[in-house]
Design a protein around this ligand. Structure first.
Ligand code: GAL
Length: 608
């Protein structure tokens, strides 16, 4: 590892049965030796708490510690993440093992960082319909509303005679005859997210009492089941697990043609989006905790990366400000669930192709130790609650918040722009010339105040500010933005293949609003009705724009905002750091741009 240029090694994150083979009988000898061995070679250790994999004996101590699915069935033992965030007994066991680890290793000189648990939410593990969750949910509701009458009013329970006389009558929003009240579902989503936050906080507080090493968690890609900004507020570093080919195959909606073209390179915007998102979650400090080094085992199809991609992905992360890129995993494990998952070494310990690329990046980094970040001209607001809102009430089958926001992100990146992602309670927009707020269910008071005095250009909508905090339709009707005489008079969702063509080119898909008001039309449908309206710095966009319409609107708005844009060739992406301009070629062929030819899977950088 040291010869390859590796400096950090993460260990321990699933090793509970080795640390505590039987209840309260610890065996630290192997871990002491591992940390000593790594440290003696000059490597820093990232120590994971093993709470994502409780041992089998734990299930005997706490038979009801398993989360329950929507049908009320407990999830079983035999893989991982088999616990309920609300189970008090399991939380106490986590506190016990984390305390033992923190006491033993908190001041170890070879400790570089901590990782809490592993990938909260992975394998659909945030929502649980268990008795433990029910009881904690009732407590959460009683703290929030204080009286059942207040809850009834907030949820609108008079509709269908759903009023409650006590918090003990409130159930979980599963197994209802038809859809549950969306306000009930939204509170359950908020509660479930808060449970992840308090579960993580418990570990953080224990570790901090014994250690000064920074604490991270490894988030996943395209996971919106809990509010990462809230969990991130308790941590020092945000990290995420980047599997570009797994994600392309598994969790990106794209045409077959797109998936075939990028099969061995990954989607050109997906990694960058998450880098920018987690830079925001980490308040500037972020890592890749797991980087795909070859074919993985878990996607529908598991392609082999093109030679050079492991290097490209690492450099792209550094150009977006990553402090560390760590590969998963060192050696391919010949047994159990992930035996088909590549590592930097093969199962026989011979080098796998990515080992040389990791070594190359390590050498290159010595010449450019700090890629740094620089101020972006454009910001995009991302909000986890809005993802829950539109899952709870999509109104059109394919209305997906993550896809809406990332479609806007793609449009910005195709114009060569650096983008910062902002949380929904941002108070100051003045650093940005342009701000985008698509699909934000409720505009927070601080963001509304910031928009009121904003001097750049803001593109807001569709669906933005269309719900109150209690998930009702606000009156005055949306978007209700300061100084913008524009009202959403009617909304409709559109099935695939149906579009509303716009004057000047492009169209609206998926979601279409009819706007009333005296503000100036900024986009007009071919039949003459306004679908976007402008006044001063604000433009409200009443529909989900296709690539053409979005590109045109972004170019026009950038020009008004004084933001220089460049139409990049497809599959080529650009990122400026404080000192350099980077180009990343995601195409399976070389690409020429600006007088430079960037080879297949190539990275090019030049001083700014
Ligand atoms: C991550 C996880 C790792 C490993 C990896 C396989 O989701 O954190 O433990 O399972 O995926 O790609």
């Amino acid at each position: 590892m040291a010869d390859t240029g590796i400096t950090f090694v993460r260990i321990g994150e699933f090793a509970w049965t080795r640390m505590e083979p039987q209840p309260v009988q610890f065996d630290w000898a192997w871990l002491d030796r591992a940390i000593e061995t790594l440290g003696a070679a000059g490597l820093k250790v990232v120590l994971g708490t093993p709470t994502a994999t409780p041992p089998r004996w734990m299930a005997d101590r706490h038979p009801d510690m398993f989360a329950m699915d929507r049908d009320g069935r407990p999830r079983g033992f035999g893989s991982r993440r088999h616990y309920d965030f609300s189970h008090a007994g399991y939380r106490a066991e986590c506190a016990r093992i984390v305390t033992a680890m923190a006491e033993r290793y908190g001041r170890n000189p070879h400790l570089g960082a901590w990782q809490t648990d592993n990938e909260y939410a992975c394998h659909d593990t945030v929502l649980s319909y268990s008795p433990a969750a029910l009881s904690a949910f009732r407590d959460w509701l009683s703290r929030k509303y204080q009286s059942p009458q207040a809850l009834n009013r907030a949820w609108g329970n008079v509709f269908w005679s759903m009023d409650y006389d006590s918090f003990d009558q409130v159930g979980l929003p599963n197994l209802t005859v038809t859809e549950p009240n969306p306000a009930h579902v939204m509170d359950f989503r908020r509660f479930s997210s808060d449970q992840v936050g308090s579960f993580n906080r418990l570990q953080v507080q224990i570790i901090r009492a014994h250690s000064d090493a920074p604490i991270a968690h490894n988030y996943m890609g395209r996971v919106t089941d809990f509010d990462h900004f809230k969990v991130g507020a308790d941590l020092d570093i945000a990290s995420w697990d980047s599997y570009p080919l797994g994600f392309l195959s598994d969790r990106i909606e794209a045409t077959e043609e797109h998936k075939a073209h990028f099969l061995r390179q990954g989607d050109p915007d997906n990694q960058a989006f998450h880098h920018d998102l987690y830079r925001a979650v980490g308040r500037g400090r972020w890592w890749i905790m797991e980087q795909q080094p070859g074919p993985v085992n878990w996607a529908p199809w598991n392609a082999d990366p093109l030679p050079g991609m492991a290097r490209l992905w690492a450099w792209e992360a550094f150009a977006h400000g990553a402090e560390c890129v760590s590969y998963f995993r060192w050696r391919q494990a010949p047994f159990a669930q992930e035996q088909m998952h590549a590592g930097l070494l093969r199962p026989d310990s011979a080098a796998a192709p990515a080992l040389g690329e990791a070594a190359q990046v390590a050498r290159e980094l010595t010449a450019m130790p700090d890629a740094g970040t620089c101020a972006a001209p454009v910001a995009l607001v991302f909000d986890y609650e809005s993802a829950w809102a539109w899952e709870t009430q999509p109104q059109g089958h394919d209305f997906d918040y993550f896809r809406l926001v990332t479609s806007v992100y793609r449009g910005l990146r195709a114009l060569g722009l650096n983008v910062d992602i902002l949380p929904p309670d941002v108070t100051d927009l003045s650093a940005y010339r342009m701000v985008l707020v698509p699909g934000l269910a409720t505009i927070s008071a601080p963001l509304l105040a910031a928009l009121t005095t904003y001097r750049g250009r803001a593109l807001v909508g569709p669906r933005t500010n269309s719900k109150t905090a209690d998930f009702a339709i606000p009156v005055p009707l949306p978007p209700n933005l300061p100084g913008l005489d524009c009202t959403v008079a009617r909304v409709e969702s559109l099935p695939p293949g149906i579009e509303v063509p716009l004057q000047g080119g492009g169209a609206i898909r998926h979601w279409h609003e009819r706007l009333d008001g005296a503000a100036s039309p900024a986009l007009v449908a071919q039949d003459g009705h306004a679908v976007a309206m402008t006044a001063g710095p604000l433009t409200y966009v009443g529909g989900w724009l296709d690539e053409t319409a979005l590109g045109d609107l972004l170019r026009k708005t950038c020009q008004e905002a004084g933001v220089a844009v460049t139409d990049l060739p497809p599959g080529l992406r650009r990122r400026d750091t404080a000192t350099h301009r980077f180009l990343f070629n995601y195409n399976p062929t070389p690409v020429s741009f600006d007088g430079i030819t960037i080879p297949t899977a190539g990275v090019h950088w030049s001083p700014l």
